[in-house]
Design a protein around this ligand. Structure first.
Ligand code: SAM
Length: 701
């Protein structure tokens, strides 16, 4: 299973089972304990001409609008260069402080009202200079909240509904638009069932949409709010129809002072009445527009994480300095390129476990009050304390890794550090239980992670800690990849297990929001394929429920680990093989047939847990072409990117996509990351065409 990272501005999905660290390890420029001084600020201000590159500006955002926005935020003396028609503009700011202000406002969507707009300071911050910004009160915390917890102010129930909405919308678009496009582009035959669905869904959608718009319109009228511009521009005919007796059909609808977009964003380019804004929001919430087209299968309500706070069992923190100049351990704030390089207090991140907070506090007090060594400065490449990693498992066992730079430390000083750390974390004191496992890592290299080399040294305690998933215990080493939300992951794995066994999952609420009931395929299988198995968590957890488990992954190291875990657990009916699915799946299935494990009539279920972007077309075609694979449980950590793979399973059979297609029968979002936008989606696909008697090799060209 894989999941995108926390909500950082630049998102490259990482496996779920992998670290989804709340830390952004951007370099810290501050040379500890020196806090920013008024002289520093004055110095920064005296620099002349700092260039800022604005990217991704919305269409029609001309220079006049840009200058007006700057003026509104009292940013003066800025010159704009760059073509007005393009999405890129360069601003020449009179000083660095002005440039920082532009960057900050842009990233908050206050320059162009477009969240996608990005700003970059082109001038390099001077090396070794204190870059800590003189932030306004509370701003750092606000940024932390933005970066690590984009939804903290939403009630959890709302977050779950949002995640359900995202999956439903993507599912609808994937199937309907995908099929239609296929038909138009390739002139291939769309099966009748799909064509009926399209027509039915489209007509339902139009009826629902019209009704929602009518109700909205009435509410605007009743509350004397001007009709928002998006309504009057997009649906003039509908509005005339709704107006009926209220308005003569040809009367122009009132211009709105609010710039409400269909998605609900209210742009603030021209002044608006704040009361209208609130009222508009309330109306939109009361009469939501239906999703564009209904999804092709039931989408169960999001399965909640059993714990909403403190669920993160692995966190990486950086030693640094707060905006008040205090030595601390926390998250890096902002980016080095912008000169925003403080760390902030972890008390603001609800995802960090209480035990991790306790460990961080202990270490912070030591570094702040006892240690003679400074924290590491990535600009000057000097200092000692670098990273602090905690693993705090639901089992109660925990691990601490302290990374420091040994350069310029004498042997005696290094020994003193080791003794101090042992005393700190391995001695029981009132209110503090010693950690199960304590590691140190001496790293002179410029790195922002715990490198996978031999430099990790067990200082005290056990080399491994343990965690139980469902009823299986796993060992965790410093580099182990393991789900970061254990209790949430248990729910995820139990749904996968139930679906793989062809049973309805008791964790799924059968009816809500138009979903009639469970669509479980109720078909059991003897053989489970754990495709993209990684270190085999799914196959190992499911082995006892199947006659045979075969795992395939392209990463030989992960496969080796999977096999050794299986052997250590005495599992004899699971084997994991290294190689790409598209190359080795056929041979593996032939082998199973030769061994008599499967026959022509056997049904095989595959759990496919690809990386965030999905799997390649060849891998999908190989699965489609193997007629014994009747069901696929697709795990999507980033469905916005991987839904194309699901669409590929559903495509009608053709020369380029051989094998009978699958269709979606049920889907569910499982929330492993409360207070973030990340969510794991599960989609069950069932073979929709007849089973071929013999493989259609002609299609495989
Ligand atoms: C999200 S991880 C799988 C995690 C794993 N299921 C678990 O529970 O630990 C995705 C895996 O897909 C593998 N992968 C990507 N493309 C592949 C391909 N074409 N064939 C086989 N494995 C592939 C990667 O090596 C990676 O281990």
């Amino acid at each position: 299973m894989s999941v995108p990272p926390s909500n950082l501005p630049i998102t490259e999905p990482v496996p779920v089972s992998q670290e989804v660290s709340p830390v952004v390890t951007t370099p810290v420029s501050s040379d500890i304990p020196n806090a920013p001084t008024p002289e520093d600020d004055a110095d920064q201000g005296s620099d002349t001409h700092t260039k800022v590159l604005l990217q991704n500006l919305p269409k029609n955002f001309n220079n006049v609008k840009l200058m007006e926005a700057l003026k509104k935020h009292r940013i003066r003396g800025v010159k704009v260069t760059g073509s007005e028609s393009g999405s890129i503009r360069t601003l020449v700011c009179p000083d660095k402080n002005t440039a920082y202000k532009v960057v900050r406002l842009t990233h908050r969507g206050r320059i162009s009202n477009a969240k996608q707009a990005k700003a970059l300071i082109l001038a390099k911050p001077s090396q070794g200079k204190q870059q800590v910004k003189n932030d306004e009160e509370g701003e750092v915390e606000e940024r932390i909240v933005d970066q690590k917890m984009p939804l903290p102010v939403k009630p959890y129930e709302e977050q779950l509904k949002d995640k359900h909405r995202v999956l439903s919308k993507l599912m609808s678009e994937m199937t309907i638009f995908g099929l239609k496009r296929e038909a138009e582009l390739n002139k291939c035959n769309i099966p009748d069932w799909a064509m009926d669905n399209i027509q039915q869904m489209e007509s339902n959608f139009e009826i629902l949409r019209k009704e929602a718009l009518r109700q909205r319109y009435q509410a605007y009228q009743e509350q004397n709010i001007p009709i928002p511009r998006y309504m009057s521009q997009k649906y003039p005919e509908l509005l005339s129809e709704f107006a009926g007796s209220h308005l003569p059909a040809n009367q122009a609808l009132p211009e709105s002072a609010t710039m409400e977009t269909e998605s609900g964003a209210i742009t603030a380019e021209i002044p608006y009445d704040p009361v209208w804004k609130e009222k508009c929001q309330a109306i939109r919430a009361q009469y939501p527009l239906p999703p564009r087209i209904n999804p092709p299968c039931p989408v169960f309500p999001t399965v909640a994480s059993p714990v909403h706070t403190g669920f993160h069992n692995k966190s990486e923190f950086t030693f640094g300095v707060t905006r008040f100049g205090d030595i601390s351990i926390g998250f890096n704030v902002g980016s080095f390129g912008n000169g925003l390089t403080q760390v902030s207090d972890i008390a603001h991140c609800v995802r960090v476990s209480p035990r991790a907070v306790q460990l961080v506090q202990k270490m912070r007090n030591y570094v702040r009050n006892v240690s003679p060594h400074p924290v590491y400065n990535r600009c000057k490449k000097s200092g000692v304390w670098r990273l602090f990693v905690t693993r705090t498992q639901a089992s109660g066992e925990d691990m601490v890794i302290v990374q420091y730079n040994p350069t310029n430390l004498s042997d005696e000083e290094q020994q003193a550090i080791r003794d101090d750390l042992k005393r700190l974390f391995s001695t029981p004191v009132e209110g503090f239980a010693p950690v199960t496992s304590l590691y140190i890592q001496e790293t002179p290299d410029r790195t922002d992670e715990i490198p996978q080399n031999n430099s990790l040294v067990l200082l005290d305690g056990a080399p491994l800690i343990h965690e139980t998933l469902l009823d299986t215990q796993f060992q965790i080493s410093p580099h182990s990849i393991f789900p970061v939300n254990t209790l949430g992951a248990e729910r995820f794995y139990s749904i996968v297990r139930d679906w793989a066994m062809g049973k309805p999952s008791p964790l799924l609420t059968p009816t809500t929001e138009g979903i009639a009931d469970s669509a479980s395929s109720n078909e059991s299988s003897d053989v489970l394929l754990d495709l993209c198995c990684g270190r085999g968590t799914i196959g190992i957890l499911m082995a006892k429920y199947f006659r045979q488990v075969v795992g395939i992954d392209v990463d030989p190291q992960a496969v080796e680990e999977a096999n050794s875990i299986a052997t250590a657990k005495g599992i004899t009916n699971a084997k994991f093989i290294a190689g790409p699915i598209e190359k080795i799946l056929n041979t593996q299935l032939q082998q199973l047939k030769a061994d008599g494990v499967i026959t022509d009539s056997s049904s095989v279920v595959a759990v496919l847990d690809p990386p965030g972007k999905g799997v390649n077309t060849k891998a999908v075609c190989t699965i489609r072409w193997n007629r014994n694979i009747n069901r696929v449980i697709f795990v999507a950590s980033d469905f916005a990117r991987s839904h194309k793979s699901v669409g590929m399973f559903c495509k009608p059979r053709s020369m380029s996509v051989p094998g009978f297609p699958f269709r979606c029968v049920q889907a569910v979002p499982v929330d492993l990351f409360p207070h973030t936008k990340n969510c794991v989606f599960l989609v069950e696909l069932v073979r929709s065409g007849p089973k071929a008697k013999t493989p259609d090799t002609s299609m495989l060209q």
